[in-house]
Design a protein around this ligand. Structure first.
Ligand code: ZN
Length: 124
């Protein structure tokens, strides 16, 4: 009888941000409406609170901003930490460092000039 399209299919294909936010706000409304039915004396505040509570997991899973927030606040790993670890892995890859004759700065072997003082490397 009902012409409703199954929402389960859109959950798996979460590439579209508009769809993702639609699902999140849908669960927000669902949670909010549920709170008014389940909680005695449910009001606007409980609507918002329960709505956020219900929608937040879907917000984290489906939306980019939610995932970023989760990584920042819950996982406690900033993008800078990821950058640092990738930097160390690349530096260990190119092991041979060229030490500047003028200032002693350790330059990667790919450098022709000192990163610190600009002196030409390996000319001597
Ligand atoms: Zn130097």
């Amino acid at each position: 009888m009902s012409d409703q399209t199954t929402d389960d299919e859109t959950l798996s294909a979460n590439t579209d941000p508009v769809t993702s936010w639609g699902i999140v706000s849908g669960f927000f409304l669902l949670g909010g409406l549920g709170s008014t039915l389940l909680i005695d004396g449910g009001n606007f505040v409980s609507f918002i609170l329960v709505g956020c509570l219900v929608a937040s997991p879907f917000w984290i899973i489906l939306t980019e901003s939610g995932a970023e927030w989760y990584a920042k606040e819950v996982m406690d790993s900033s993008p800078e930490d990821l950058k640092k670890s990738s930097d160390t892995s690349t530096s260990t890859k190119s092991r041979s460092n060229v030490i500047c004759q003028a200032c002693g700065w350790q330059n990667s072997s790919e450098n022709n000039y000192c990163h610190d003082c600009g002196e030409e490397l390996g000319s001597a």
